[in-house]
Design a protein around this ligand. Structure first.
Ligand code: GLN
Length: 498
């Protein structure tokens, strides 16, 4: 480490190497990042920290490093989106409903990145700094639906960091953690990564276990990492993925993979599909300019651009906003005041207790979605809405398969604009929904997607490029992103004062 390099400037890969060579201890790294979380508390990224627990984990990591039993990322600090349940930290899912809730177990993703599954395989050995703010039950695009407080974008604190993994993206951008976990149901890793100028990947549906992820829309929810580089995302994703058949019935029977193995592969001759529908009227010119420049860079790297069509892109908004609320209305029925978290103080009888608890515990957006979801699933409307949505969902997936006959990966914008002002969408949930247009299609098709920083737009805010691959092509996506990052330096830019 040169004297001018601070610990928080190191990538996950660099920190892991420093820890292995014992240039720095896990306890030193943990202390450094805990202090940063504290000095940057105004960003609102963290919902819970517990230095005692973090330092105990760091001491255990140091012991494993000394004993030669270290995991792949032993001692590297990370923070988790507060949608993953954790034994040693509170879990709220950004909701009053779970205020003060402590899970009796860790989510599979948390164990795999940490000390490992009890009685199972050892983990990567990362040290947990705390839990990160998010939209309530991961419903939102601006982190303003958090029941606690919004998160500020480190690039401009009057702007949103995006959502729902806004705390994760802001923490990585502000170097409060070298990496963070997020979840993506309809864009919640890719969009905040884009808004905060960091790199994030949502793997193929089923790659990472959903066990211990507070459920929003089970047929869409996926976990993934956010970090500064594609290489770091590859390191984390390698630890996160793998079958979990006893705990998540939808986890794919595909062995864990080392996603770093092909990072350096040549991309000359790569066919990049450019969907016309991602470059229509709604795309802001500043975002378009940055995305176009990135595509040119890929051409310079030897890739070929292939015009493609994803004709049902627009339909992904109504389809998603029927299916996701339908699943949410069912998943959220478990929050009734009996089993978890909040319970109303005053009630007349059992039914009244349910009603008061849910009226007090859920925020407006969550209530809105429970109502929409219940409506579209109700007898008489099921055929007209839910069933139709499922049919179009299949057509959207088929459109991708058609496209992948002509190209290897698909590239386009992540969001139509850069991060907007906090409060900028007022009380208009539809404005948020519409901004999800470019991330929803891959989610509905269960495809892997990522965002990498490729420039700046209006107000000097970061712009991300979205890469979408076919099922199980994560290593290809990470390779394509890594080659871009080797040729450019957008991912090394930092917000002023950070
Ligand atoms: N913005 C989308 C929504 O509000 C996506 C959220 C997510 O991916 N968790 O549902």
């Amino acid at each position: 480490m040169t004297p001018s390099t601070e610990l928080h400037d190191l990538t996950v890969a660099e920190l892991a190497a420093h820890l292995r060579s014992r240039q720095v201890s896990a306890v030193e790294a943990a202390q450094h990042f805990l202090a940063r979380a504290q000095s940057h508390a105004h960003l609102g990224a963290f919902l819970d920290t517990n230095p005692e627990v973090t330092l105990a984990q760091a001491r255990a990591a140091d012991a494993r490093l000394a004993a030669g039993t270290a995991g792949a990322l032993e001692g590297v600090p990370l923070a988790h989106k507060d949608i993953f349940v954790t034994r040693d930290f509170a879990t709220t899912a950004g909701s009053k409903m779970l205020d003060g809730y402590h899970s009796p177990f860790d989510a599979t993703v948390v164990s795999r990145l940490g000390a490992g599954v009890a009685g199972g395989a050892p983990g990567a050995g990362m040290v947990t700094l705390g839990k990160l703010n998010c939209d309530e039950f991961a419903m939102g695009s601006a982190n303003e639906n958090s029941a606690f407080h919004p998160v500020k974008n480190p690039w401009n604190t009057t702007r949103t960091p995006g959502g729902s993994s806004g705390g994760s993206a802001a923490a990585v951008a502000a170097r409060l953690a070298p990496a963070a976990t997020g979840t993506d149901t309809g864009g919640s890793i890719r969009q905040p990564a884009s808004f905060c100028g960091v790199t994030g990947i949502k793997p193929t549906y089923g790659r990472a276990s959903r066990y211990g992820m507070v459920a929003f829309a089970s047929s869409l929810d996926q976990a993934g990492p956010l970090a500064r580089t594609a290489q770091d995302c590859a390191l984390l994703l390698s630890a996160m993925c793998g079958p979990d058949p006893d705990r998540d019935a939808t986890s794919l029977d595909v062995p864990a993979e080392d996603f770093t193995r092909t990072l350096d592969a040549d991309i000359s001759g790569l066919r990049i599909g450019v969907p016309a529908e991602f470059f229509g009227e709604g795309l802001a010119p500043d975002v378009r300019a940055a995305v176009d420049a990135a595509l040119k860079e890929y051409e310079a790297l030897g890739a070929r651009l292939v015009p493609i069509s994803l004709p049902r892109t627009e339909l992904s908004i109504p389809v998603y906003y029927i299916i996701a609320p339908a699943e949410a209305s069912s998943n959220l029925s478990r929050f009734d005041g009996v089993k978890f978290g909040h319970r109303a103080k005053n009630f007349k009888d059992l039914n009244d207790m349910y009603e008061q608890t849910r009226a007090e515990g859920f925020g407006d957006e969550v209530k809105r979605r429970i109502m929409i979801g219940t409506y579209v699933l109700s007898h008489g409307y099921y055929d007209a809405y839910y069933l139709q949505a499922q049919k179009i969902r299949r057509m959207i997936a088929d459109d991708f398969q058609q496209a992948f006959q002509q190209c290897d990966v698909i590239a386009g914008p992540v969001a139509p604009t850069v991060a907007w002002e906090l409060g900028g969408h007022g009380n208009d949930p539809l404005a948020d929904y519409l901004a999800d247009i470019f991330t929803l299609p891959a989610s509905l098709a269960g495809l892997p997607g990522m965002s990498l920083p490729v420039g700046f737009g209006a107000g000097n805010m970061p712009v991300g490029l979205q890469l979408i691959g076919n099922h199980l092509s994560e290593s290809r996506l990470l390779n394509v992103a890594h080659r871009f990052q080797q040729a450019t330096d957008w991912h090394t830019r930092r917000p002023q004062g950070i």
